[in-house]
Design a protein around this ligand. Structure first.
Ligand SMILES: [Zn+2]
Length: 175
């Protein structure tokens, strides 16, 4: 596997985070707007849109599983097509529900049998890819966006931001 974002990143949402009446079914990788997104595995990519994911890519793998990449600002290359791991397929953005929190990120989701009904936590494989590629685990810089996002934050957005930028509880003023 190749880590799916090329550049400085930080995890800003994990599997199981509360999201309204449901829970988060993937991992959020925050990175500056338009950072390249690469195919994590060899596979076949298709593009589409949905209300929560915005601009999305679904990649089908030879083992029958799939990867769902969401919130892209733009796509790269022709779709559908066969890709090799590491090939650029799009760019980090905040389309779909990511617009609510105003922070660009890749929502990375894995489906065990190729269907959205069978998601599982992709964090172990993401961590393994970072280790094998010796990627730095430093935070991504987005101070201006963070300030703007705080003003716009909904309760869900605030939870998202606090995961990205933990603050001392006593400094919070939440109605
Ligand atoms: Zn997400």
């Amino acid at each position: 596997m190749i880590f799916p974002v090329l550049g400085p990143t930080t995890y800003c949402g994990v599997w199981g985070d509360p999201r309204g009446s449901s829970t988060h079914k993937g991992v959020d990788i925050c990175a500056p707007m338009s950072t390249p997104i690469v195919a994590a595995y060899d596979g076949t990519v298709s593009r589409g849109t949905d209300p929560s994911g915005g601009n999305v890519i679904v990649e089908k793998l030879a083992d029958g599983s799939a990867v769902y990449y969401a919130h892209l600002s733009a796509y790269e290359g022709a779709f559908p097509r066969a890709v090799r791991a590491g090939e650029t397929i799009g760019y980090v953005g905040m389309t779909g529900s990511a617009a609510l929190v105003g922070i660009p990120h890749l929502h990375f989701e894995r489906w065990s049998n190729g269907m959205y009904t069978t998601p599982y936590d992709p964090m172990p494989e993401l961590r393994a890819a970072q280790r094998s590629q010796a990627l730095p685990q430093r935070p991504a810089p987005f101070p201006a966006l963070f300030g703007a996002a705080l003003i716009l934050a909904t309760s869900a957005g605030l939870a998202f931001l606090l995961r990205a930028h933990p603050l001392p509880r006593r400094r919070l003023r939440v109605a």
